[in-house]
Design a protein around this ligand. Structure first.
Ligand SMILES: CC(C)(COP(=O)(O)OP(=O)(O)OC[C@H]1O[C@@H](n2cnc3c(N)ncnc32)[C@H](O)[C@@H]1OP(=O)(O)O)[C@@H](O)C(=O)NCCC(=O)NCCS
Length: 112
């Protein structure tokens, strides 16, 4: 299933397979500062080893954010285990979800 198929389906979770990148995504709600918001979660991401560091995740995230915006959802990245990814998200406007472990933080971005 690709991202567009997932978004137009009734499924609330799926493995998205795009060229060189696999991502586990969910349609969810999360509380941020006591307010409940709809989100698209990125719960697991892997780029094929040979293709890492070539902008594949960056391009996927841009598309993911655009689709989230269109459906009035934020983007929530769960349990980040790669410091370079954390720094990249911070640079791109993501905030830490309070209460998630420092070693595996979750981060989010709202568009409203
Ligand atoms: C982390 C991962 C998804 C990033 O995807 P990618 O396509 O390699 O990343 P991009 O080339 O789009 O680069 C995006 C940012 O990630 C960072 N990055 C670059 N190469 C990277 C690498 N080999 N591994 C991790 N992060 C990397 C960079 O800091 C980059 O930010 P910049 O543009 O400010 O320099 C991918 O490297 C991967 O699958 N790693 C192994 C599995 C993993 O760590 N998954 C995440 C667990 S939370």
């Amino acid at each position: 299933m690709n991202l567009n198929q997932f978004l137009s389906s009734d499924e609330d979770r799926a493995w998205i397979k795009e060229p060189h990148i696999n991502v586990y995504v969910r349609k969810t709600f999360h509380y941020i500062s006591k307010n409940k918001y709809p989100f698209l979660d990125l719960a697991n991401v892997g780029v094929k080893e040979k293709f890492r560091g070539k902008g594949i995740f960056k391009a996927f995230l841009k598309q993911f954010e655009n689709e989230a915006k269109k459906s009035n959802r934020g983007v929530y990245v769960e349990s980040i285990q790669e410091i370079r990814l954390e720094e990249f998200l911070k640079k791109n406007g993501y905030k830490y979800v309070l209460g998630t472990p420092e070693a595996f933080p979750s981060m989010y971005k709202l568009f409203t």
